[in-house]
Design a protein around this ligand. Sequence first.
Ligand SMILES: [Zn+2]
Length: 206
Amino acid sequence: MPITALEALHRLRDGNRRFASGVRSAEGVSSLSRRAELVTGQEPFAIVLGCSDSRVPAEIVFDQGLGDLFVIRVAGNVVAPSQIGSVEFAADRFGTRLVVVLGHSQCGAVTATLEELRRPNDAHSRSLRSIVGRIRPAVEGLLATDLAKDEGALLLEAVRANVRASANQLRHGSELIERLAERDGLLVVGALYSLESGAVDVFDGV
Ligand SMILES: [Zn+2]
């Protein structure tokens, strides 16, 4: 049986501390025996829904290896039915009890959404619009606040709002996830990765 949500959170925090201070273990990544061991099954201890941004690979920023994390990546870490299905699959099949929504500073998808809200742009494809459309409800209210005067602060708060929105959609968008959370110790948390410091701050749901 995989570890509990809180144990999983500790393991991620320890791994991120190693990454941020430049002491990566890399043991799990390179071990041949670990690879052989995983041929017949997996027991990932955490599920991560993160952004596709090339600067935020979950396994690396949490210093984890093969078989450790079940990772779903999509621009802007948005929640569409296939993301919910992926989380359900891992939580149900592997018994994984921690789900982390991982946003990050300087997120291009969130920036594009703020730009779109200020200056609607017909050049975006329909598919790209579907991502912007999912981020939009979480961030548009911020443009009416004082934050709108400070570009940096606005973007950071928009990223956090988008993480919170995705975490809530996972918590309440699926009967299975809701049931596992109520009766079986599943925890959905929201976190922010700082490109500047390399540190992950878990700020929602703990
Ligand atoms: Zn991003």
